[in-house]
Ligand binder design. Structure first.
Ligand SMILES: [Zn+2]
Length: 135
């Protein structure tokens, strides 16, 4: 009997972005780009009908009464990007770390744990990475 994990269970992701929740990342990116809500980039009309709103926040194409077709990324710095929402979030997070440095507080906030929990796991993972037992 094999003691290894079945294929695909523990495969290394292509990048950290593969570990992120794409829907949560899309929500963060679109809410950051559109803090005043959904609008047509052509005529600036507020999007109010439920179907178009659903499509807008899902990142799908929308149509406006003015005749313009668009997505929530139209006329933003991400227009036409081939990046996933996870990749955009990861680049934003890493750029923040580059600009302001990394701390236990940022790690705890990013992981959604207390500062003390982050400190414990940083120590355990450092030991694991060094080839020692994390316990
Ligand atoms: Zn419009």
């Amino acid at each position: 009997m094999s003691t290894t994990a079945p294929a695909g269970v523990l495969t290394k992701p292509r990048g950290l972005a593969d570990l992120l929740d794409e829907a949560a990342c899309r929500a963060w990116v679109l809410e950051t780009l559109h803090p005043r809500g959904a609008h047509c980039p052509g005529c600036a009309a507020r999007i109010e009908d439920a179907t178009t709103l659903k499509n807008f926040w899902a990142g799908r194409r929308c149509a406006c009464k003015c005749g313009r077709w668009f997505t929530a990324l139209a006329d933003t710095p991400f227009h036409g990007t081939q990046l996933s929402y996870g990749q955009i979030c990861l680049i934003a997070a890493l750029a923040d770390i580059m600009a302001t440095g990394l701390s236990v507080f940022k790690i705890s906030a990013a992981a959604g744990v207390s500062d003390d929990t982050a400190r414990v796991w940083i120590k355990k993972l450092a030991a694991l990475n060094a080839g020692r037992s994390p316990i």
